[in-house]
Design a protein around this ligand. Sequence first.
Ligand code: PEP
Ligand code: MN
Length: 337
Amino acid sequence: MLILMHKDATRRQIEAVCSHVKQSGLSPHEIPGSIRMAIGITGNQGALSPEQFAHLDGVAECVPVSKPYKLVSREVKPESTVVDIRGVKVGDGSLSVIAGPCSVESRDQVFRTAEAVVNSGVQLFRGGAFKPRTSPYSFQGLKQEGLRLLEEVRRQFDLRIVTEVKDAATLDEVAEVADVVQIGARNMQNFTLLENAGRLRMPVLLKRGMSATLKELFMAAEYLLSLGNFQVILCERGIRTFETMTRNTFDLSAVVLIKRHTHLPVIADPSHGVGIDWAVPPMARAAVVAGADGVMVEVHPEPAKALSDGQQSLTFDTYAKLATELNELAAWRTAHR
Ligand code: PEP
Ligand code: MN
């Protein structure tokens, strides 16, 4: 159920509605809009009746929400969410680019990469310190040492850091360095991690699980929002299909559907989506045209020597060329909105 308040409803009326909701054993979620406040209600097992709330002062309308995902849906919040990453906006119509290596490997590697991508105008830097790997014998990340290096990069280049959290036990230390906490594909339904990240009050990048439907992605995001964290960015990173020539099948239609069904910004990750360096630039460009709020790409000083995902990492030169093309496409998109 969604309660739409009158556009001139007072703070006191809004609070009275919220406490009425709580007294009924349910959870109210304030969703400010540019015109009026909406209050989403969750926690009910069956359908709610509008009469329960329609008589309260300041209430304009009570609207049942048909979708199983409530707080992430456009039904509940028609206006797009803009996530603010220490002053850098994602979802405001501009194009956000997140670039950096798959893993933090050394001081030299992250500093060289940061310098290269900053020269192409990047404000959001990615790099994993805790790496969830398919094989226990593969490089697992520099962990705490990796976080320290990311902290240095953050200070030195005034970059916003996007880095992955692997489990609930390390969430606090990752959140201290991260400007955006990334929840990876393998963790999309790690409900303990989602609950803990939902209690954070900072941006979370939630990647689609490799065999997750969009509905499952939305339900995973719902965990975060239902615990009060509305600063959520969704990420399409490819799904498993019968195709074997690409690492995954990059589901560009997901970008369009996410924008339609939710108010959350969406980032496309063609690096994991296709897993082949030369296929990344065209799919990154396609994602911008499809309406993604941003793209995330892996960049490495020497992809052939990367400790993870070298086959899909761009060189500095390829990245610089792509960055120029993406800026042109972003300008085209703005002009054609
Ligand atoms: C990554 O971003 O390096 C990563 C591990 O991605 P995913 O969770 O999508 O596999
Ligand atoms: Mn990677």
